[in-house]
Design a binder for this molecule. Structure first.
Ligand code: ADP
Ligand code: ADP
Length: 211
């Protein structure tokens, strides 16, 4: 199954992608995670991406598309994948369609996680990440054992000023993707409000993989 996950920052894409990809036995490919790993590693790709990420802007398409094309060319993605956070504008969606077409494949579905601005701001503000395991917590909704632990950090783009710009970028550049996939008959809207398990169940039902 070839899937993409669309939705505003904080909607729960990463959380759901992890669970759904495991359930379906396909790799989860998160462009945000790949960028962050490159920023921490100080690679040339990380250096290119950092200033855009810090500002909450999109990393330029040519950088992002090349990175995704390389990742999709790896063996584990040959029969299926779940993309989390890509595409993020219509141009990227067209490039993805082209990459798949060249490989004789096509996207199956685009899952849209739907959540209000108020809810995503609440989710982003309380998001904390474990340095040692990468696990994503929420101070209120999925609290870590010790909220004061040195192992936890807040993503620098989860601060209020940057959140505001990310929501603007989503509305202006990413939301039009919904229409793009709707026109292809591939869009599935999923209500992202509720417990993590409930949202997963809705997503699995929508893709016909419910147990
Ligand atoms: P969130 O999960 O909160 O939506 P991500 O981890 O997906 O955030 O992305 C973090 C940042 O990485 C984005 O604000 C952007 O700067 C960059 N980024 C991730 N994916 C893309 C993409 N497909 N195109 C351009 N920039 C991206
Ligand atoms: P995204 O990848 O879309 O930016 P995340 O999966 O990182 O979103 O989730 C954002 C924050 O919201 C995290 O702190 C996560 O623990 C929390 N979260 C995810 N799903 C839910 C949910 N269904 N209810 C409440 N909080 C959630």
């Amino acid at each position: 199954m070839r899937l993409v996950l669309v939705g505003p920052p904080g909607a729960g894409k990463g959380t759901q992608a992890e669970i759904i990809a495991e359930r379906l036995g396909i790799p989860k490919i998160s462009t945000g995670d790949i960028f962050r790993a490159n920023v921490s590693g100080g690679t040339p790709l990380g250096l290119k991406a950092k200033e855009y990420m810090d500002a909450g802007d999109l990393v330029p398409d040519e950088v992002t598309n090349e990175m995704v094309a390389d990742r999709l060319a790896q063996d584990d993605a040959a029969d299926g994948f779940l993309l989390d956070g890509y595409p993020r504008n219509t141009e990227q969606a067209k490039v993805l369609d082209g990459i798949l077409k060249a490989a004789g494949a096509e996207l199956d579905l685009a899952l849209e996680l739907v959540a209000s601005d108020d809810e995503v701001v609440r989710r982003l503000s309380g998001r904390r990440v474990s340095k040692s395991t990468g696990k994503v917590y929420h101070l209120e909704f999925d609290p870590p054992a010790d909220p004061d632990s040195d192992d936890l950090y807040q993503r620098s783009d989860d601060r209020p000023e940057t959140i505001k710009n990310r929501l603007k970028v989503y509305a202006e550049q990413t939301a039009p993707l919904v229409g793009y996939y709707e026109a292809q008959g591939k869009l599935v809207e999923i209500d992202a409000i509720g417990e993590v398990d409930e949202v997963t169940a809705r997503a699995l039902t929508a893709i016909g993989a419910a147990e």
